[in-house]
Design a binder for this molecule. Structure first.
Ligand SMILES: [Zn+2]
Length: 92
């Protein structure tokens, strides 16, 4: 069987919703800044964002988190842009 290519929501801080493509616990998406290459990430912890689970766009510096569905490192539920002001200190 081929690896299913599932469309999942990509939630930006400004409220815009885009599309990311997921297969299992991996996701890929193009950042809204226009950076030429896709960002790729895998899902992290269910309810805690760690530095290891953050993905940063090389084009604009935005940070993203691949949210798992129902448990740590599970299949991708959605991709969200992170608010650096709100999450600062989580890993410190
Ligand atoms: Zn970007």
């Amino acid at each position: 069987m081929t690896q299913k290519q599932k469309e999942v929501p990509l939630e930006y801080l400004n409220g815009k919703i885009g599309v990311a493509i997921a297969t299992g616990n991996n996701a890929a998406w193009l950042c809204s800044c226009g950076y030429s290459y896709p960002l790729v990430g895998r899902s992290g912890l269910f309810n805690r964002i760690t530095d290891k689970s953050k993905i940063q766009c090389k084009g604009c510096g935005k940070h993203f988190y691949v949210a798992p569905d129902g448990g740590d490192y599970k299949r991708v539920r959605k991709v969200v842009e992170l608010d650096q002001q709100k999450i600062r200190g989580i890993d410190d």
